[in-house]
Design a binder for this molecule. Structure first.
Ligand code: CO8
Length: 257
């Protein structure tokens, strides 16, 4: 039984993980980390699921790591437990993850959204890395993923001043895939996830892997990786079906294999 999240299947081949700690603005405690990564890993292994949406509430996607849980810890505590390393499990999810963000996405909340593949923001979304105001720094990837997403100038601004940026600024900076009205956020995110889940599952996993490789490697190695993965799509049923459907002017019937 989960305490910090709910998990649903609102559309064919689409799963929805909703953060559910409203009184703490969905602050991410250790239990939330275990439940979110556990649910995502389980859905990742489920052949009936093609994409996963992660969302919070209209007021907060997540207002950060749980400050009250962190406050009493010593260096030895957080170092010995390798505090936050458990979140790496989310980066190992191979199916596409869509973040649907309304309200606050601060600190660990912003970092959680950045671990997803598409980031769809409501007009109400606010992003920031305010850890500096607490006397610490980002600990779940903020200094790394934010810098890769928006560049040094804006990442330094956010990490050093702790200020927040609104959805418009975040989209201009390249952090956000799309901005939508707050009342349609979940529908838009589920529609995007359903579109992705309707594509060939091996192809979506390969596309995700190839784009992510761009953050890990130099251009020539990245291009070679892409080309070899492209070649391997020709081993799938879905490549034959997708190209046959185009030629025959009909919709493809992917087998996700
Ligand atoms: N952790 C715990 N509780 C929180 C958090 C949080 N991050 N954010 C909000 N809450 C709680 C509040 O304490 C409050 O609870 P209560 O009613 O019991 O007092 C409740 O949620 C509602 O919050 P507010 O009353 O503050 O609501 P407001 O609308 O006035 O303000 C804000 C909303 C602006 C979002 C405000 O709550 C805020 O500033 N929150 C903290 C934001 C923040 O600093 N986040 C970063 C946290 S640190 C982090 O994420 C990574 C740390 C990496 C460290 C690495 C160590 C190894």
């Amino acid at each position: 039984m989960t305490e910090t999240i709910t998990v649903d299947r609102p559309r064919e081949r689409v799963a929805l993980i909703t953060l559910n700690r409203p009184k703490a603005l969905n602050a991410l405690n250790l239990r939330a980390m275990r439940e979110i990564t556990g649910a995502a890993a389980e859905l990742d292994g489920d052949p009936e699921i093609g994409a996963i949406v992660l969302t919070g509430s209209p007021r907060a996607f997540a207002a950060g790591a749980d400050i009250k849980e962190m406050a009493p810890r010593s260096f030895s505590d957080v170092h010995a437990a390798d505090w936050f390393a458990g979140w790496d499990a989310l980066s190992r999810v191979r199916k596409p993850l869509v973040a649907a963000v309304a309200g606050y996405a601060l600190g660990g909340g912003c970092e959680l959204a950045m671990m997803c593949d598409l980031l769809i923001a409501a007009e109400t979304a606010k992003f920031g890395q305010p850890e500096i105001t607490l006397g610490v720094i980002p600990g779940m990837g903020g200094s790394q993923r934010l810098t890769r997403a928006v560049g040094k100038a804006k990442a330094m601004d956010l990490c050093l001043t702790g200020r927040t940026m609104d959805a418009q600024e975040a989209e201009r900076a390249g952090l956000v895939s799309r901005i939508v009205p707050a009342d349609t956020l979940l529908d838009e995110a589920l529609d995007a996830a359903a579109t992705i889940a309707g594509m060939s599952a091996p192809a979506t996993m390969m596309a995700k892997e190839a784009v992510n490789r761009a953050f890990e490697t130099g251009l020539s190695d990245g291009l070679l990786f892409e080309r070899r993965v492209f070649h391997s799509t020709f081993a799938t049923h879905d490549q034959k079906e997708g190209m046959a459907a185009f030629t025959e002017k009909r919709e493809p019937r992917f087998r996700h294999a």
